[in-house]
Design a protein around this ligand. Structure first.
Ligand code: ADP
Ligand code: ZN
Ligand code: ZN
Length: 733
């Protein structure tokens, strides 16, 4: 970083003391000296140990007790917009809520150091009006090109005319062309709220008006846009964005799996005649710099982004929308463990602007908040323009299953055949990558497990490898059993998408089959291409994991067959039922979205399960009623609060000993119940042994305060043992 910050400023007496929060794992700002007073929010560079790091002047009072020669000096003040008051309060709030350090939360804001120095202007050449003394043919052609006064880059001009760059140099010497400095390409097309307004249905218009009123109020509020798949929620929330554009304020639209949601970005571009800025992990570095800076300077009116965009330094954020608010991808689990939906609401409260949650299957948390009047609920019960909801049926695999070794029941195969005969598309859904989740030896029973994790290795035939889905370990698939040496005795157990594809090719050899799975080579670009290829009808049968469930419209898709509807219901996660309901509603909702009559078929060994029954009857209200009652009775979220503590270490005994010592240190409280430690379901991960504890309380209890006292009282972990606190855990592995 040092060279980026350039030469330090000339020395002047540094009489002022300022607090600077640095983006490392520290709780409080450090005090530095400065030659002038600095306002909180100013971004600076400071020495830290032997390094120089970025920092932000913070609101805490500086420590005035530090003596003159022990204090270190701010090394640079950046000419970048300061972080706003509400963003700083937000950082403090997220840290307090997640029990992360304030420094680590700030790190999520200051992620793009290159954006702090203005971009260098671009060198260009322009016609001066003075004709050259000698006119060659090449020079004449250049003149023809530049006579209108437009500026060109040297290389661009030479290429456009088809001359060597020396011709351009010659004309510059003559005074015919002059060098000019152009501002870097930072102009963003200005979105026009009136560009292409949709014709909304009555229900849409009603919801849109309500959201627009929330925007014009310029006050904090939360609205839950709750509408079935294909009810036109996107058009509705874009009307709120239009209203916010009219106010001249910035909007942020959060999406899960943003790198794949090209279609939505295209729609936004069409609606406002300008492409929104994107923010996610696949954005190239240069664009990252531009977006960060443009957002900070208020030049970027709309950002469509992944959860991390919540930490962008908006100059005047006036609206946040969380599309698919129920999606588990909004939870970040590493380092600072936060839920972007919940933190968006905090950001709206700190910035005093409205927040919109949108979903076809709202989280139980949001539904309860809406039912209790904390959120405004806007309901879109029907699909747009006559398209009806898919007709969902269950196939009872206990009676109607396929012969052993196959996974598609004759009933589903027959339904698929009829759809294909009408030149419509079929989607087979299985949320499991690879060929088979388990490989074992028929002779000795040996199972292939990960050397680093307590998990089976998944057979990936297309790559010829066995892989761990938890740590990424991979090894070639052997011919012989490593345990007993028998050859050709390894059998694949259970299906993954690759195996379903094999079966489908056998059933429908003449059809075009496409597998969509995030692990296939080619990455995001390939997936984007394939998703649009499917939309255009370039495949007859699609076999996909959960990424097909999200946000795509496939106009030709008529039938969705869920290979294993019970998958995910069986684990001990308190949200198992909710997750399965959401995922299967989303995926069956892909059928018949445009004009048609779609069908969903759920293969299940437990068709009487409440989730399967709710999906088949199409009675989502019944599901919510039942699930909310279950949560209330068991005091599960949102009726109770939870925080998980995960203790892990390379040595099992040490990790377990610390987990026990930590449990013993738990303060006694009539309000908080501490469970564990227990060995985690994923007992070993990346070579670390894992133990879990769970703290539970009623809704109104300050669980964070309890956890802080607990951590204060507990021994520090040693010997490579780590302790991670996960407030409002979403995963229980
Ligand atoms: P949701 O987000 O609720 O699943 P979308 O906003 O994606 O629904 O809308 C589903 C489809 O209906 C899209 O193809 C969209 O372009 C179309 N659509 C939405 N609103 C209207 C409308 N008012 N008139 C015509 N088509 C619409
Ligand atoms: Zn064997
Ligand atoms: Zn592993």
């Amino acid at each position: 970083m040092t060279d980026l910050f350039g030469t330090p400023e000339p020395r002047r007496p540094r009489a002022h003391r300022v607090s600077v929060l640095v983006p490392v794992a520290v709780e409080a700002p450090y005090t530095y000296a400065s030659d002038r007073p600095l306002k909180p929010g100013t971004i600076v560079a400071v020495p830290l140990g032997t390094r120089e790091v970025l920092g932000c002047v913070w609101d805490d009072p500086p420590d005035l007790s530090i003596g003159g020669n022990r204090i270190r000096e701010i090394s640079r003040i950046f000419d970048a917009p300061p972080l706003s008051d509400d963003l700083r309060r937000f950082v403090d709030w997220v840290a307090a809520w997640t029990l992360g350090s304030r420094g680590m939360v700030l790190r999520m804001v200051l992620r793009v150091p290159d954006a702090l120095v203005p971009e260098a202007p671009i060198k260009a050449v322009r016609f001066t009006g003075q004709e050259p003394e000698r006119r060659t043919d090449a020079r004449a052609r250049v003149l023809e090109m530049v006579r209108d006064g437009m500026a060109w880059s040297k290389a661009g001009l030479a290429t456009a005319v088809g001359v060597s760059p020396s011709v351009i140099d010659g004309l510059m010497k003559q005074g015919t062309l002059e060098e000019v400095l152009l501002p870097p390409d930072t102009a963003y097309a200005v979105p026009d709220p009136e560009a292409r307004p949709p014709k909304l249905s009555d229900a849409q218009a009603h919801a849109a008006e309500s959201l627009q009123a929330a925007v014009t109020a310029e006050r904090f509020s939360v609205s839950l846009l709750d509408g079935v798949t294909g009810s036109g929620k996107t058009e509705v929330f874009l009307e709120a964005v239009a209203e916010n554009l009219r106010l001249g304020r910035q909007s942020l639209i959060l999406m899960p799996e943003i790198s794949l949601t090209n279609m939505v970005i295209d729609r936004i571009e069409r609606r406002f005649a300008a492409r929104p800025a994107e923010w996610h992990s696949a954005i190239p570095p240069r664009q990252r710099v531009r977006v960060w800076r443009g957002v900070a300077e208020g030049r970027v009116p709309i950002v469509v982004g992944a959860r991390s965009s919540l930490f962008l330094p908006f100059a005047d954020l006036g609206l946040v929308i969380i599309d698919e608010e129920h999606d588990p991808a909004y939870k970040q689990e590493d380092r600072v463990s936060y839920h972007a939906r919940d933190m968006s609401i905090v950001r709206g409260r700190e910035g005093n602007f409205p927040v919109i949650l949108s979903s076809a299957t709202p989280s139980i948390e949001s539904r309860v908040n809406a039912d209790q009047g904390r959120y405004r609920r806007l309901h879109l019960p029907d699909r747009i323009s006559g398209a009806v909801m898919p007709d969902v049926t269950a196939i009872d695999m206990r009676h109607d299953g396929p012969p052993s070794g196959q996974w598609i029941s004759p009933i589903l195969a027959e339904a698929a055949r009829r759809v294909l005969d009408e030149n419509r598309q079929v989607l087979f859904f299985l949320n499991r990558r690879g060929y088979a989740p388990l490989t074992l030896c028929r002779t000795c029973g040996h199972r292939f497990t990960c050397p680093n994790c307590s998990a089976w290795l998944v057979d990936h035939r297309l790559r010829g490898r066995l892989e761990c889905h938890h740590c990424g370990h991979t090894q070639p698939r052997p011919d012989a059993c490593p345990e007993c040496g028998s050859v050709d005795t390894l059998v694949a157990c259970g299906p993954g998408v690759e195996r379903i594809a094999e079966e489908v090719r056998g059933l429908f050899p003449e059809r075009r089959v496409m597998i969509l799975s995030s692990d296939l080579p080619g990455g995001t670009d390939r997936l984007r291409r394939e998703l649009s290829a499917i939309g255009e009808g370039q495949a007859d049968i699609v076999i996909g994991t959960q990424l097909v469930a999200k946000g795509h419209t496939f106009p030709l898709l008529d039938l969705v067959g869920v290979i294993d509807a019970d998958l995910g219901l069986a684990n001990g996660d308190p949200r198992a039922a909710e997750r399965t309901f959401q995922l299967l509603t989303q995926v069956t909702g892909r059928a018949g979205r445009v004009g048609g009559t779609g069908r969903g078929m759920l293969q299940s060994y437990a068709p009487g399960h409440p989730v399967i029954r709710a999906l088949v009857s199409g009675d989502r209200e019944a599901f919510y009623r039942e699930e909310i009652a279950v949560r209330r009775n068991a005091q599960l979220p949102p009726f109770g609060r939870m925080a998980a503590v995960i203790v892990s270490g390379p040595d099992k005994a040490e990790a377990e000993a610390h987990a026990r010592a930590f449990a013993r240190a738990a303060p006694r409280s009539p309000e908080v119940q501490v469970l564990g430690p227990a060995e985690a379901a994923l007992a070993v991960l990346r070579g670390r042994y894992r133990f879990r504890l769970l703290a539970r309380s009623a809704r109104g209890v300050d669980l964070q305060a309890y956890l802080r006292d607990w951590i204060e009282a507990a021994p520090q972990p040693r010997g490579g043992v780590r302790r991670m606190v996960d407030v409002d855990p979403q995963s229980f592995l």
